[in-house]
Design a protein around this ligand. Structure first.
Ligand SMILES: NC(=O)c1ccc[n+]([C@@H]2O[C@H](COP(=O)([O-])OP(=O)(O)OC[C@H]3O[C@@H](n4cnc5c(N)ncnc54)[C@H](OP(=O)(O)O)[C@@H]3O)[C@@H](O)[C@H]2O)c1
Length: 308
């Protein structure tokens, strides 16, 4: 982690994903970014992981790639485990051998959602679905590796590309006069740009540390990194339609999660405290509503209405 940024290489996985795409941009100033897609680095193939890391020889590995199909994971648990549970451990072992560090992403779905307030990092985990179990296994594999690492748990990720709640609402909102949206699950909708920007800040701090070993030994671990404050899916949908530039705005009807059954159970409370992130790194994520506004005004090449 001590090389000058001209000679330092940063390996980013899952470059076509929401967070991966943004990371490939935000990490640019910190070194030579080698951003790979699934074809170049398939996380279900441990031999390929080892070969790519040994070939690229990064100072930092940033791993936003994941099996993220939460409902499908109920049917494909073995594959989800290989990608989310085992691959992060292989990346971490390879990082350790190189003297590199790993930044990895995990999820609010490691919790059961029964807590009253916001979850902190030390709260007991108890995933309620296959995806959450696979992501928790990944966290544990990284911790067991002994590599320098930051595991950043985030929630309800959206952006202007890929598959996410924002794009689904904009599409359905243009098609239907009324939408029923779950109002009894709470969490922080987090813009992928927020995650990438804060990840770059943390990386910059790590690279700037005079004593890299000390920096990592004091900071390696799990952190919550999500937008400020929280809302329900219904609150998120209502804000999207309030803030988006749409010719016709649909009505949003609040419904209980029980009326919208999904193959994978979701926690009722996904709220996570960012307090540790602020205390250790001195960074804060914007309020979810401010980030949404920025995404809707600056994130799209044109206004959402003009895109369709
Ligand atoms: N999305 C959320 O709401 C959410 C919530 C909490 C935490 N997280 C976590 O945040 C991180 C980033 O999520 P995201 O929303 O950016 O995910 P995303 O948009 O679904 O992107 C995931 C990326 O992983 C890649 N991928 C899937 N299987 C792979 C494999 N076998 N080998 C290599 N790459 C593979 C995908 O490749 P293809 O493009 O080829 O499919 C895709 O580019 C993940 O760790 C996720 O678990 C996400």
């Amino acid at each position: 982690m001590s090389a000058h940024n001209a000679t330092r290489t940063i390996l980013v996985t899952g470059v076509n994903g929401q967070v991966g795409y943004e990371l490939a941009r935000t990490l640019q100033g910190l070194g030579t970014v080698v951003a790979v897609d699934r074809a170049r680095l398939d996380l279900s193939n441990p031999d390929q992981i080892r070969a790519v890391v040994r070939d690229v020889r990064p100072a930092l590995i940033v791993n936003p790639a994941a099996y993220t199909a939460v409902d499908k994971a109920e049917q494909e648990f073995d594959l989800a485990m290989r990608i989310n549970g085992e691959a992060p451990g292989v990346l971490a072992e390879e990082a350790k051998k190189l003297g590199a560090a790993l930044i990895h992403y995990s999820t609010d779905y490691v919790f059961n959602g029964e807590k009253d307030g916001a979850y902190v990092e030390d709260d007991p985990t108890d995933p309620q679905n296959a995806y959450g179990r696979s992501k928790l296994a990944g966290e544990q594999a990284i911790a067991a590796s002994g590599a320098n690492h930051l595991v950043l748990r985030t929630s309800w990720v959206y952006g202007t590309r890929g598959k996410n709640f924002l794009l689904t609402m904009l599409r359905l909102g243009a098609e239907r006069p009324e939408l029923k949206v779950v109002a009894d699950q709470f969490g922080a909708p987090t813009w992928c740009n927020t995650i990438a920007t804060l990840s770059a800040h943390l990386s910059a701090q790590a690279f700037a540390a005079e004593d890299s070993a000390k920096w990592w030994s004091e900071r390696s671990g799990v952190y919550h990194l999500c937008a400020g404050d929280a809302t329900s899916w219904h609150g998120f949908a209502s804000a999207i339609f309030e803030l988006a530039d749409l010719p016709n705005k649909p009505n949003t009807l609040p419904i209980p999660a029980a009326d919208y059954p999904t193959p994978a159970a979701r926690p009722a409370n996904s709220r996570m405290s960012n307090e540790k992130l602020a205390r250790v790194f001195g960074v804060a994520a914007p309020h979810w509503r401010d980030a949404l506004k920025l995404c809707l005004t600056d994130g799209f090449p044109k206004s959402p209405a003009a895109r369709s």
